[in-house]
Design a protein around this ligand. Structure first.
Ligand code: G1P
Length: 286
């Protein structure tokens, strides 16, 4: 047993327009694009369940209803398949039980902090995880974060060293004392240019946060890019609550852009015995 309140809920901000993946995302949410044989969102939900998350909170927007439909019980489909004697095993992890998935709308694109704030009434007064599905993590990132949380409590961001010229794409940590994979967070700044970045330790799309961050987000202060930034709200918790960055033992695929998306497909397919030989053969002939 842990002395900290368990992390039971995860917020998935999935209202984004996916403009970096156009034209694929013109009528299809980016989270529904396929990586090998399942939509991107499925990887995020599987990771959450593997970490012990019991309630999935999708922050969606207009045109994003297929995400919620996907996790419904496909009753007609399943009944027809059952009648035809076909296996329904492939559908197993795409089902949710009533109440397991709740969706709220982010009505305007005002930033990641605003998206998380939209889930405040569902999150209530307990710690929660945030998962950005664009960062496809192979290796149980959130599970490792929950394990670390059970040791130190407070707030934890997933972090990774990035190339110096990339700091302007991430939230960047001012690091304090480091013990193993866990670094104390002394400061946070959203998307600093390389000249002013306090380090190269960047926030990756996984967070464990205390509910007090919602009170800070209530103020709707804007930051980098004129958006309500989650990073800025988190920064205000430093010094009041424990705050750590965890380097996880997992591989990240950034599916937010086209090359990252293709690489994710390739890497995950190459881990599959049923697919790898044909792909290897094809690549050898290139
Ligand atoms: C968001 C956050 C940023 C974080 C990043 C991780 O940025 O604002 O702090 O480092 O996700 O993927 P975005 O990628 O939405 O611009």
């Amino acid at each position: 047993m842990t002395r900290f309140r368990p992390v039971r809920k995860a917020v998935f901000p999935v209202a984004g327009l996916g403009t970096r993946l156009l034209p694929a995302t013109k009528t299809m949410p980016k989270e529904m694009l396929t990586v090998v044989d399942r939509p991107l969102i499925q990887y995020a939900v599987d990771e959450a369940r593997d970490a012990g998350i019991e309630q999935l909170i999708f922050v969606t927007g207009r045109g994003k209803s297929s995400l919620v439909d996907y996790f419904d019980l496909g009753f007609e489909l399943e009944a027809t398949m059952e009648k035809a004697g076909k296996s329904r095993a492939a559908l197993d992890s795409s089902r949710t039980t009533p109440g397991e998935l709740i969706s709220v709308r982010q009505q305007q694109p005002l930033g990641l902090g605003h998206a998380v704030w939209c889930a405040r009434h569902i999150v209530g007064d307990e710690p929660f995880a945030v998962i950005l599905p664009d960062d496809l993590m192979v290796g149980g990132a959130l599970r490792q974060m929950v394990e670390a949380y059970n040791q130190v409590g407070g707030n934890i961001v997933c972090a990774e060293e990035v190339a110096p010229e990339k700091t302007a794409s991430y939230g960047i940590v001012t690091p304090g004392e480091t013990r193993g994979n866990l670094t104390e967070v002394k400061g946070l700044v959203e998307k600093p240019s390389p000249e002013v970045a306090p380090s190269r330790l960047a926030i990756i799309g996984r967070y464990i946060l205390q509910p007090e961050v919602m009170d800070i987000l209530d103020a709707k202060e804007t930051g980098a890019g004129g958006e309500i930034q989650l990073t800025d709200a988190m920064a205000k918790l430093i010094g009041k609550q424990p705050f750590h960055a965890l380097k996880v033992d997992a591989v990240r695929h950034d599916c937010g852009d086209k090359a990252g998306f293709v690489l994710a497909n390739l890497a995950i397919a190459m881990d599959r015995e049923d697919l790898a030989p044909r792909i290897r053969e094809y690549m050898a002939g290139r």
